[in-house]
Design a binder for this molecule. Structure first.
Ligand code: NAD
Length: 492
């Protein structure tokens, strides 16, 4: 172990918990470097964490709102203070550039602050006096929440769950992904330290830990972000005890470029390129297929490649000129490559984009030069599947209805975007099946934590962010005080 390696422990009931086994996390940009070690917890460890959360729940659910908010604000301040160190760790274990890691932490903090600012109002009891008497509509905490997060945005997709759950009076056990377990654990430890023991617990591990978290009868709610296939296992595991669920799943987000899109608008074109390739394309809400009006297709492709060649600079996540780092893991890299190879074998043209800043590093790490795929079939895997990596197909459409049909021809419906003259774009947007549609921007560039985020169809259920993202951690509890206590139609 070197000085720069970090060793993470589970957190159970406010204490660090040493697991019997630890797993190394490699640096995907330099696979021979171990960034740190995360515990490989067992199902028994997980049961302990769930028990701790369960025991902590009754008093936490009764705690005062101002106290909860104060604790969360303390945590926010500590995360802010330690942002440079956390961002560096995230880039080393993840492969994404430093600016991107800082951006992720910034979004996480913005959301935590939004939750602190709004939770009291969102959860306030509603009292209605009516002709039949009085009704109080209360928002109760649900209980123990199992939170399971993915590797691509580990900090923001964990704090998106932690902040509202704890503020609403729930307790939690979090399990991050083994593919980026370190920086999120530092953040989780900071938050857990600001709360009473047992309110926020942390375990690590593989699917067996996930199975315990999603089937244990003491767990009342599952908040999951990850793949659609994993979500199917989770729904089955949770079925026996009918748990509440928020599921944020995969996407295959379409970007529709209308005939009135100005291909010479360099800023817009760069935004579109970023919408396809930020974080090496490993974002649930990245624009994963681009459909362009046939009348501007040729000019569009030419200008798109020009813009992509300017913006895309693949290199060391810590390089000052780098815009795209490595892919997070070898399996993902091989999967993305297989989709590109498949398209090529069927006659598509694959154009490499941007430049490689350090050839030596590129060859050693899990780097991929971004590509655009032209001439793929509408039903080819590169178009139909979620590639989750640095490649994007661009395809023509014949008219607006064709574009809408192509966009909607998917099992997914997370986000989408329409590019062109605003009124025209909004008209098209209304017909797209998605949780969010952005106009002239896409992916995290158009994300706003004040508004609900989530998918339709197999992209998930429920919403995170916005007021809905706080309400998602409550049960509605109606207290009815009728004036007329005896119903006239029931005989004495
Ligand atoms: P994944 O489904 O493989 O893993 C997600 C988490 O689930 C990990 O912590 C993993 O260890 C855990 N897990 C695995 N098997 C489990 C089981 N049987 N029971 C419980 N937990 C289990 O996803 P990933 O590869 O980490 O992330 C990529 C996927 O996540 C992509 O499909 C992406 O679109 C999606 N995603 C969605 C959103 C969103 O907000 N909709 C955001 C980010 C990522």
């Amino acid at each position: 172990m070197t000085d720069k390696q970090i060793v993470i422990d589970a957190i159970i009931n406010g204490e660090k918990f040493k697991a019997e086994k630890q797993a190394p996390r490699e640096n995907p940009a330099r696979p021979d470097e171990v960034v740190g070690y995360a515990p490989v917890n067992t199902r028994e460890d997980t049961v302990r964490a769930i028990d701790a959360a369960h025991d902590a729940f009754p008093s936490w659910a009764e705690s005062d709102m101002p106290d909860r908010i104060k604790r969360m604000r303390t945590a926010i301040q500590h995360i802010k203070d330690r942002t440079p160190e956390i961002a560096e760790l995230l880039s080393r274990e993840h492969g994404k550039p430093l600016y991107d890691s800082k951006g992720e932490i910034g979004v996480s903090l913005a959301w935590m602050e939004f939750a602190c600012d709004n939770v009291a109002e969102v959860l306030e009891n509603e009292v209605q006096k009516h002709e039949g008497g009085k009704t109080i509509i209360a928002k109760d905490a649900i209980g123990v929440v199992s939170a399971i997060s993915p590797w691509n945005y580990p900090i923001s997709l964990s704090t998106i769950k932690i902040a509202p759950a704890l503020l609403a009076g729930n307790t939690m056990v979090l399990k991050p992904s083994p593919l980026a377990p370190l920086a999120v654990s530092v953040v989780t430890e900071i938050i857990a330290d600001a709360f009473p023991p047992g309110v926020l617990n942390l375990v690590h591990g593989e699917a067996d830990v996930g199975v315990e978290l999603t089937s244990n009868p003491k767990v009342a709610k599952i908040a999951f972000t990850g793949g659609t296939e994993t979500a199917k296992h989770i729904m089955k595991a949770a079925a026996d005890t009918i748990k509440h669920m928020t599921l944020e799943l995969g996407g295959n987000d379409a970007a529709i470029v209308l005939k009135d899109f100005d291909v010479n608008d360099e800023k817009a074109m760069r935004r579109l390129v970023i919408s396809n390739f930020l974080t090496a394309g490993q974002i649930c809400m990245i624009a994963k297929r681009v459909y362009v009006d046939r009348s501007i297709y040729e000019q569009f492709v030419e200008k798109y490649i020009e813009a992509a060649n300017k913006w895309i600079r693949v290199g060391d996540p810590f390089g000052k000129d780098t815009t795209i780092g490595s892919v997070n893991n070898k399996k993902q890299m091989e999967f993305v490559q297989s989709l590109v190879d498949d398209a090529k074998s069927k006659g598509a043209k694959v154009v490499k984009l941007g430049k490689i800043l350090d050839q030596d590093l590129y060859e050693k790490g899990y780097f991929m030069q971004p590509t655009v795929v032209l001439g793929a079939g509408y039903d080819d895997p590169i178009v139909v599947e979620e590639q989750f990596g640095p490649t994007v197909p661009i395809l023509p459409f014949d008219d607006d209805q064709h574009a809408i049909d192509l966009a909607n021809d998917s099992i997914f419906g997370l986000t989408s975007s329409v590019w062109g003259e605003e009124e025209h774009a909004v008209k098209i947007a209304k017909h797209i099946q998605a949780g969010t549609t952005m106009i002239n921007t896409a992916a995290v560039q158009g994300l706003d934590v004040r508004f609900p985020f989530g998918g339709v169809k197999q992209s998930g259920m429920g919403r995170e962010y916005g007021k809905e993202g706080i309400l998602a951690y409550t049960d509605t509890h109606v207290i009815n005080i009728p004036d007329e206590l005896d119903l006239p139609y029931i005989p004495e």
